[in-house]
Design a protein around this ligand. Structure first.
Ligand code: FES
Length: 474
């Protein structure tokens, strides 16, 4: 046996050669592992403080020179044979807090779980926290997890989700919340309720959550979902954005792991889930990163040289969504990338380079969102000029410039207002804790909403082909 020390987490004894990623998953230590430990996402970077060894060929793809010199490795490729000390750099902020009484809001995402602790009497937010979903070690996307659940690994996936929630509660400092409101995508909500996910595995994709659910033990409220892959997080985001009660036409997009688009009009709400994949979370992009300390959040250009800024000024770990979008825009503008997505010349941002495969994945993500928005507009017989507002939520934060998004074709161009807000789904879950009347709004949003299957739409193929250019909407 050898001793593994995970800084600020603890010491563990394991057999020589145990993959570090397995140890971390078993001990409930959050680390992003979106490719299920197959050495394809590059997100499971750790820093070996003691016990490093030379990098293998797969690690060299994801660990640049600067990080290699500091002994960064991939946890899924590191099999310690001697006592080892590690730190997890891409780790959510925050340690365990002293326990206090309060109500809990949970947003259960595929990659990240977010939580907020609320003082029920004063209705004030006490603190927020986030952690990685440990289920990622069993598959980066919900489709893989559904497959594994059906093939006999449901209990492990359920246990991973519960461990992740326990880690989040420790960070928030709440043991037994007085009440919990829960939002999330359909699959996460099914796991939370310990309901089977079999009906989400194939057409006609049915979700078991048509209405909000109350549970007594422990007391909680689980948001309803709009359709098979349009979860309670979308209803919650729409609730928090308050756009559902306006007389405007609003395009709403959640650019998380799945990429849902919604058209909100005074009469109805139409929602669709796209095949954008997790590229906007930096997953599957060789130089990608989640939006954590060390992520490159903004990219500029000066005399042909790319400049950048990093969250919390830490050692750069890779580019998160906002940095990737900046890089795409500048790449197209300055001829590094053609509108068809061909990489014409090397794009180096500090020690990181965007490769052709990265561009293709981002192109698919942008194209999928654009196709979804266009089909929703067609279905409602609206043109993009009739849109009053575009509202984005996801890991972009609030600093994205609309002109950049419109230039690469992610959103329509025009005079509409463009807003971007982080954590809308969590905000909706908090509203349930602070205002009894919002539960009626939730049912109203649900009642007004319809789910559109994009792939069945006759114009889907044509629109998707058009959407694969980095160009403004016609
Ligand atoms: S989990 Fe290690 S590279 Fe994806």
């Amino acid at each position: 046996m050898i001793k593994i020390t995970v800084k600020s987490q603890g010491q563990f004894h394991v057999k020589k050669g145990t993959p570090l990623i397995d140890l971390l998953a078993r001990k409930g230590i959050p680390i992003p592992a979106a490719c299920n430990g197959q050495g394809r996402c590059g997100l499971c970077r750790i820093k070996i403080e003691e016990g490093a060894r030379p990098h293998d060929e797969i690690e060299k793809l994801f660990i640049n020179k600067q990080l290699a010199q500091q002994n960064y490795h991939l946890a899924c490729r590191f099999y310690p044979t001697t006592d080892t000390i590690i730190t997890i750099p891409m780790s959510p902020r925050g340690r365990a807090k002293k326990s206090v009484s309060g109500a809990l809001a949970l947003d259960l995402g595929t990659t990240v779980l977010k939580g907020a602790l609320v003082d029920i009497r004063s209705k004030k937010l006490i603190r927020t926290a986030l952690t990685f979903n440990l289920q990622s070690c069993m598959g980066g996307d919900v489709v893989t997890r559904i497959g594994r659940a059906i093939n006999g690994e449901y209990d492990q996936l359920y246990a991973m989700l519960m461990k992740s929630i326990a880690a989040l509660k420790r960070q928030l400092g709440v043991k037994r919340p007085l009440f919990t409101s829960v939002v999330g995508n359909t699959v996460m909500l099914s796991f939370f309720l310990k309901k089977p996910v079999d009906d989400l595995a194939g057409y006609p994709f049915k979700s078991p959550l048509d209405h909000g659910v109350f549970q007594n033990d422990p007391p909680c409220y689980i948001f309803p979902v709009i359709g098979s892959f349009i979860g309670g997080d979308i209803i919650s985001g729409i609730l928090a954005s308050r756009v559902y009660s306006t007389s405007k036409n609003v395009l709403y997009a959640d650019l998380g792991t799945n990429g849902e688009v919604v058209l909100i009009t005074p009469k109805k709400i139409i929602a669709a889930s796209t095949a954008a994949g997790p590229a906007f979370e930096g997953v599957g992009i060789r130089c990608g990163s989640l939006a954590v300390p060390g992520a490159i959040k903004a990219v500029g250009i000066n005399n042909g040289i790319f400049t950048f800024s990093v969250i919390d000024n830490k050692t750069p770990l890779g580019l998160c969504a906002s940095g990737l979008i900046d890089a795409l825009y500048l790449g197209v503008k300055h001829g590094f990338i053609s509108e068809t997505g061909k990489l014409n010349k090397t794009m180096s941002i500090g020690e990181f380079s965007l490769v052709q495969n990265d561009i293709r994945k981002l192109q698919l993500a942008v194209g999928a969102i654009r196709t979804g928005m266009k089909i929703l507009l067609k279905q409602s017989k609206l043109s993009s000029h009739m849109i009053d507002e575009v509202m984005l939520t996801g890991e972009f934060g609030t600093r994205l410039r609309p002109g950049i998004l419109a230039r690469i074709g992610l959103i329509p161009s025009g005079r509409m207002k463009v807003t971007s807000e982080k954590n809308l789904a969590l905000k909706g879950a908090v509203m349930v804790l602070t205002n009894d009347r919002v539960r009626q709004c939730i049912e109203d949003i649900k009642g007004k909403s319809v789910h559109l299957e994009l792939a069945n739409h006759p114009e889907f193929q044509k629109e998707f082909v058009h959407a694969m250019r980095f160009s403004p909407w016609e």
